[in-house]
Design a protein around this ligand. Structure first.
Ligand SMILES: Nc1ncnc2c1ncn2[C@@H]1O[C@H](COP(=O)(O)OP(=O)(O)OP(=O)(O)O)[C@@H](O)[C@H]1O
Ligand SMILES: [Mg+2]
Length: 171
């Protein structure tokens, strides 16, 4: 029985990696973005806010005993997870991936800044015990999955990541 959370800022590869990891381990994959749709509260007509506390309560109750759960919101909550993997990506590569998704410059900048500031790592460490980072920058999705499996089976540790030198550079 294992519940693995995959988090990280948008574009770090959560969906890509979770799908592969689920296939490798024969675990169902739960996409938190999809579940969160049910927990939206209308604020203005084109802006929605997720009721994170309600989502956390419902999920904690309904989570299967074996699962890969993916989404950036994982780091904001306390779910009953055995491992939390924070996917990381070099700021330049992250910018490239988000451009490829067709995102506008402002949204890209906000998310690249969050990555440089270790946002998901800090939040995850506040909320969970077993937190490991995996750098996706120069790995293929398959290699990321191998690394995660190594961590879960206790064969290897997580990566160390430090993007702080990019804090004050124009990327
Ligand atoms: N090692 C890698 N691991 C994961 N994704 C990678 C890797 N290398 C390149 N990519 C690419 O990066 C992109 C990551 O997108 P993906 O949608 O999986 O990210 P995400 O974290 O789920 O984003 P979002 O939060 O917007 O859903 C994909 O186009 C994927 O092919
Ligand atoms: Mg995704």
């Amino acid at each position: 029985m294992v519940r693995i959370g995959i988090t990280g800022v948008p574009g770090t590869g959560k969906t890509t990696v979770s799908r592969l990891l689920g296939e490798r381990l024969g675990l169902p994959v739960i996409d938190l973005n999809y579940v969160a749709e049910k927990f939206q509260i209308d604020v203005y007509k084109d802006s929605k806010v997720i009721d994170v506390e309600k989502l956390e309560r419902e999920l904690s109750r309904e989570l299967p005993e074996d699962a890969v759960v993916e989404g950036h919101l994982i780091c904001e909550m306390q779910l009953p997870l055995d491992f939390v993997i924070v996917l990381r990506c070099h700021p330049n590569e992250l910018r490239r991936r988000l451009k490829h998704k067709g995102w506008d410059e402002e949204k890209i900048n906000t998310n690249v800044e969050a990555e440089i500031l270790d946002y998901c790592l800090i939040k995850s460490e506040e909320n969970y015990e077993n937190v490991y980072q995996v750098d996706t920058t120069s790995r293929t999705p398959e290699e990321v999955v191998e690394k995660i499996i190594g961590i879960i089976f206790g064969r290897e540790g997580g990566d160390e990541v430090d993007w702080s030198e990019y804090l004050f550079t124009r990327l």
